[in-house]
Design a protein around this ligand. Structure first.
Ligand code: MUC
Ligand code: MG
Length: 368
């Protein structure tokens, strides 16, 4: 199980429908495939989706930090040395998706080596997750129509609505139109990506009481310390920490400070080893944990699925697993499937996925 190579391969796949939200927009999945190879000839994979406007990582920075810093720190260790790998990588602050992808690729390689699924190795709680779809910025009728289509095509009945940093009346109109069109049986929740002030967010939350939101996420910056606490204290539904809590320590700080009452777990950001820590923290603290989506492709989505379904804490709520549907293509030999609003855990060892080498050759943006 000795690791002989850690490799970062940049690739770019256009989106058919760009996603726009308060902190940025995505037109191309300019992600990085991380490959961990052992001396037994086993290769584990994972995907790092950079979010420059959130964490400062870019496709180039991920490739550079893996090649120059992280690969040399990991090569020569065993797949069973995950905590040693973590200790070495966390000496460096930041670079969450680069670290997470190495961790997850190691789990994939471990699963493949021992002939077991990562989902099982992580805990194997259930064989499926309900799916929640993310609705980006658009006009009220367009957003409502997208929700209707997602329900018709995939049976999805849970939607995260992106809001913030545009006229508040427009966001309120989107939520009202959505509720009108999809009816009462559909779950709706908001994500502001820090786009409002605490006062604006409080105003909107009160104005939308009758719309029936199940939770709200990062409506204002957590750095507005007292404003955020004031907002969370009056919020009638769970308030999710996402980009304000990218590590287990941040989660602890934010929840204990009253800056959030729920947490988003993104495997793209915390890998499997730290996502386990966050899930257990959430369970111990008694707060809701939602599987979020860092706008992952199918490789990353397979990671979120394997993890989310492995824990009782994360399987309780609908998981954000569908952003890949807006991409023009992907890297897997067998595409993921959503049916009846659910995604089933993939059979097979490791993550249960295989990379289509022709597609990787087509989409990679390095020399190859
Ligand atoms: C989300 O939940 O915020 C947008 C930016 C990012 O880092 O993740 C996405 C979705
Ligand atoms: Mg978010």
């Amino acid at each position: 199980m000795k690791i002989i190579e850690v490799r970062a391969i940049p690739f770019a796949i256009p989106f058919t429908k760009p996603l726009k939200f308060a902190s940025g927009e995505i037109h191309v999945a300019d992600n990085v495939l991380v490959r961990v190879t052992t001396e037994d000839g086993v290769t584990g994979v994972a995907e790092a989706p950079p979010r420059p406007y959130t964490y400062g990582e870019t496709q180039e920075s991920i490739c550079a930090v893996v090649a120059k810093l992280f690969a040399p720190a990991v090569e020569g260790l065993s797949l069973l040395d995950r905590e040693q790998v973590r200790a070495r990588l966390t000496r460096t602050v930041g670079n969450p998706t680069a670290k997470a992808a190495i961790d997850m690729a190691m789990w994939d390689a471990w699963g493949k080596t021992v002939g077991q699924s990562v989902h099982g190795l992580l805990g194997g709680f259930t064989d499926r997750l309900r799916v929640s779809h993310m609705l980006g910025f658009d006009a009220p009728d367009v957003v409502a129509q997208q929700a209707v289509e997602m329900r018709e095509l995939y049976g999805i009945t849970s939607f995260k609505v992106k809001v913030g940093r545009r006229p508040i009346a427009l966001d309120v109109a989107v939520c009202r139109r959505l509720r009108e069109v999809v009816g009462d049986d559909v779950e709706l929740y908001l994500d502001g990506n820090r786009g409002w002030t605490a006062a604006e967010a409080a105003d909107v939350v009160h104005r939308l009481t009758d719309v029936g939101l199940s939770r709200v996420e990062e409506l204002c910056p957590a750095d507005d310390v007292l404003g955020r606490r004031w907002l969370v204290a009056q919020c009638p539904v769970p308030f999710v920490a996402d980009e304000s809590a990218p590590t287990p320590a941040d989660v602890t700080r934010e929840i204990l400070a009253g800056a959030a009452t729920a947490v988003s777990i993104k495997t793209a950001r915390t890998g499997f080893s730290d996502s386990l820590r966050v899930a257990h923290l959430a369970e111990g603290l008694g707060v809701e944990a939602v599987i979020g989506n860092q706008i992952d492709g199918q490789v990353g989505t397979a990671c979120s699925l394997a993890f989310g379904a492995s824990q009782a804490t994360t399987a309780r709520t609908a998981a954000e697993l569908s952003n890949y549907l807006d991409m023009s293509d992907d890297l897997l030999t067998e595409p993921l499937r959503i049916a009846d609003g659910e995604m089933r855990v993939l059979p097979g060892a490791g993550l249960g996925i295989d990379i289509d080498e022709d597609k990787l050759a087509r989409y990679r943006v390095d020399a190859g």
